[in-house]
Design a protein around this ligand. Sequence first.
Ligand code: F6R
Length: 616
Amino acid sequence: MCGIVGYVGPRDSQSILLSGLARLEYRGYDSAGIAVIDGEGDLEMRKRAGKLSVLRDDLAAHPMPDGTTGIGHTRWATHGGPTDGNAHPHLADDDRLALIHNGIIENFAEIKAELLAEGFTFRSETDTEVAAVLLGREYRATGDLLAAFRAVVARLEGAFTLLAMHQDHPGLVVGARRNSPLVIGLGEGENFLGSDVAAFVEHTRKALAIGQDQIVAITPAGVQVTDFDGAPVEVEPFEVMWDAAAADKGGWPSFMAKEVSEEPEAVANTLRGRIHDGVVSIPELDGLDDLFRGIDRIIVIACGTAAYAGMVGKYALEQWTRLPVDVELAHEFRYRDPVIGPSTLVVSISQSGETMDTLMAVKFAREAGAKTLSICNTQGATIPRESDAIVYTHAGPEVAVASTKAFVAQITALYLLALHVGRLRGAVSASAVEELARELEAVPSKITWILENDRARIEEFAAWMADTRSVLFLGRHVGYPIALEGALKLKEITYIHAEGFAAGELKHGPIALIEPGQPVFVIVPSPRASALLHAKVVSNIQEIRARGARVIAVAEEGDAAVLPFADEVLRIPLAGPLFEPLLAVVPLHIFAMGLAGAKGLDVDQPRNLAKSVTVE
Ligand code: F6R
């Protein structure tokens, strides 16, 4: 949702802004625009509804003077439709000032009424233009852009990242953030701002993360960060671990195809440096032993696919730490009155680290006195900054809207956390940890086996099913969240109706959906791990087969018991019961992607969705 780029330096900024916006395209958007202060000191602006290519074509057909100070924006419509007029930047002060915004200004109506009463006019339906016009008014009063900007952010309620520049001040871009992302890129004689590091990673890997309620001013010579009152604040520099190539397709037809192929690496990189000779140690958690010893309960909060990773993680956390664990959708958790306190550990999971629902739930938990730990894939993101502890997943940049490699990395990080906390609390023995760590380390090569041996067959099978109107997914135990994930992936990228159920729940209602020919994926647990669970799932398969379902079993190699009842078997290598989800999900990701491809759909940017959901 909304991408933001800012640049000051010696180079012409248009191409820097456009390529930065292209790297943020994955966030999802429906219009784009840029503004620069040209060589004559005039502010130039161009914005267009539609994809970035529409803006690029327009600029190519009708070139705009270039300049060395600029801001750029991709907009995901909230207030007002995706039109040229509602696109950002918004101008004010006789078109001498430009402003862009990500987030929602909740009190915009009140400020707009005040400005209208004073005779100001508006050209869009957006909440953003209110901030631009207000900034123009404040600037007129003082002539001091930073002071005027401070006055504006002090008035605004809601979530926002704002960038602004004024033609009276070439070489200066000011920015502010509250509950919405903004990162600084530090160059040599040039500086950058971006919604995330992807905006500038091709120019610099040195970055600064701006905290909540902070204002930044960038010039070619330096960066100044203050709080909303203007008091200087210290900001932590960090080195961006991704390189620009990591955010390219690398020869794959889509980012999603590349990211599914990177699932083995996502697990391996998340394990790297955290297991030594069978001992799990997570360097980021050094010094936090007392925190983990002092808790009596864990609540995992997340949304969508990340929440399904949390549901898988619950089994491991409970088994290895012997602490009670609840998993809850962040937006539901936030709006009830949960019983939490200093001995509760709230673990949030977020690939982007910016999901507003999750962020608000983390803040809520902190305010209620709970300890917070963030499992996150994006450096410098807001959620880890708001948490007491961080465990990064090292899946690399995930660009396709649908989360795939981040999911397996999130489960891996949860397992490492469970082993770390379990060992610390004496709930799991050193020899058990050693064995489990060995199992974890074997996961990447098992995923690779599926990708190398079965990918083409699953894609072919998916293409054959391209006309299917509805698909059901069943699972038990850790297979249940995998059924939910299989259904979510299919519905979001193929637009086919899909539902995931706990297999045991079938006869309590969903079995009424089964009619002849209904495709049903069944995640079959290993018979070696639990003969009982396996037998129950095989019975469930028989129940649906008896009613005409077409059964596609995701089952362990060598599980002969499913063969008589399955129309199709997707094989996964042998693994311990808690490690099966990391394998069983892979054929489901390949299947969803294959089916979307067969329908000719854009797998990377499915309709109506954004990668980073920065509004509640
Ligand atoms: C589904 C998907 C979403 C995200 C959810 C949380 O494929 O990508 O359900 O998992 O929006 O996003 P993050 O992990 O960034 O908080």
